[in-house]
Design a protein around this ligand. Structure first.
Ligand code: 5GP
Ligand code: ZN
Length: 113
């Protein structure tokens, strides 16, 4: 998937609207358009990164921004939350711009489906 066709890159550029929960120079956290829990956010680097091997370089920034979103929405008061990264079609990945899902506000099953 090219950068110009990427939905998350378009959100970063403001070409597609999204509810912005937290943001740094490097990372954006938005509300998912199709939430799978009462709270469902997506945290991704503003840079178009497709491959997992480049995730460690932005992991600290991603988690710092996720922490800001957790605090902003007071997710720790909800009893638990889940952070997920789907990598590859078999894992359910649809957008080829790496991102963490942050889900909260309902019980979660283990193992995930
Ligand atoms: P994946 O399946 O790649 O792990 O997750 C992609 C996520 O992006 C899905 O949960 C989907 O609902 C979300 N998504 C796809 N397009 C948009 C969009 O235009 N805006 C927002 N806010 N979320 C989107
Ligand atoms: Zn992208």
């Amino acid at each position: 998937m090219s950068e110009t066709a990427c939905v998350f890159c378009k959100i970063v550029e403001g070409e597609i609207p999204a509810e912005r929960i937290a943001e740094t120079d490097e990372v954006l956290v938005i509300s998912d358009i199709n939430p799978q829990a009462p709270h469902h956010y997506l945290a991704f680097p503003k840079q178009h990164i497709e491959v997992f091997s480049k995730v460690p370089g932005v992991a600290r920034s991603l988690f710092e921004c996720i922490e800001a979103a957790v605090k902003k929405r007071d997710l720790e008061s909800l009893g638990g939350f889940r952070i997920v990264m789907n990598l590859g079609k078999a894992a359910g990945q649809e957008v080829e711009h790496i991102h963490f899902h942050l889900l909260a506000g309902r019980p979660f099953q283990w193992p995930p489906g």
